[in-house]
Design a protein around this ligand. Structure first.
Ligand SMILES: O=C(O)c1ccccc1NCC(=O)[C@H](O)[C@H](O)COP(=O)(O)O
Length: 261
């Protein structure tokens, strides 16, 4: 079994357990359900930098990245740096994240927050809204066309933005639909962990301008951002490059200053 299949198998068990502990009506009673979400797609359309900065303690490909920081400090640092949005990994087993991280990040900043999760069930979308997210991620590699439609329409109904992630042409072709706001091209193959920024460049011409294009993973230089902008990317999701430093906010600030200089 590859890592993605393992993550999804564990996620199914986790979601089933959660459903028995916190019911949907209980989630729907959260005050966050009344909050007006901030659209990441809109912020990216107007931005010169396009940076979406990620909170990521560890990962299957890199093991430990940074386990010693407070998510509140990271969130404030990213917002002060001028990041367009923040991505918060909420998976515990493989990334060391949690829904508490989402709550703490939400309490620390008003910039749009992406719940970075392996979403396979409608429950997780209501959960994302109830815990303060503005955006959800859907990964084409783990969902059918019908599931992408159902899940994205539910998210839109709750006022959330939807970032749909693909890694190849086949995933892209089955996924394009009006209920998506952003098309993310993951430069990392989630089965082999190989990273190649050319994947973003190749897939770019197949993505309609109706969607904000986001390039994800393996980005560590301003030169890479400049090149990706030539291929019409308006968003750039960066985790490890900031999180591996002692002050991710400061690293993001210097990076953003160079982009907009
Ligand atoms: O990062 C991993 O090792 C990974 C493995 C399996 C599934 C997902 C994975 N990462 C999620 C992401 O998409 C990245 O955290 C995100 O794009 C940022 O990437 P990076 O800048 O390379 O940290």
């Amino acid at each position: 079994m590859n890592i993605l299949d393992k993550i999804v198998a564990d996620k199914r068990k986790e979601v089933d357990l959660k459903k028995s502990l916190i019911t949907l009506p209980q989630l729907e009673a959260s005050v966050m359900m009344e909050r007006t979400s901030v659209s990441l797609a809109e912020v990216l359309r107007k931005s010169n930098s396009g940076i979406i900065a990620e909170h990521k303690r560890r990962s299957p490909s890199k093991s430990v990245i940074n386990q010693s920081l407070s998510v509140q400090d990271v969130a404030k640092g990213y917002a002060d740096a001028g990041a367009c949005g923040m991505s918060v990994l909420t998976d515990g087993k493989y990334f060391g994240g949690s829904l508490d991280d989402l709550v703490l990040a939400r309490a620390s900043t008003n910039i749009p927050i992406l719940r970075k999760e392996f979403i396979i069930d409608e429950y997780q979308i209501v959960e994302a809204k109830a815990y303060g997210a503005d955006v959800i991620l859907l990964i084409a590699a783990i969902l059918s066309k019908g599931e992408i439609k159902t899940l994205s329409e539910l998210a839109k109904g709750l006022g959330l933005d939807v970032l749909l992630e693909v890694h190849n042409e086949e995933e892209l072709e089955k996924s394009l639909m009006p209920s998506l706001d952003m098309l993310g091209v993951n430069n990392r193959n989630l089965k082999s962990f190989e990273v190649d920024l050319d994947i973003s460049k190749t897939l770019s011409k197949k993505i309609s301008d109706d969607f904000v294009k986001v390039s994800e993973s393996g980005i560590s230089s301003v030169e890479a951002i400049r090149e990706l902008k030539e291929f019409d990317y308006q968003g750039f999701l960066i985790g490890e490059n900031f999180m591996k430093t002692d002050e991710p906010g400061e690293s993001a600030k210097k990076f953003i200053e160079k982009i907009i200089a």
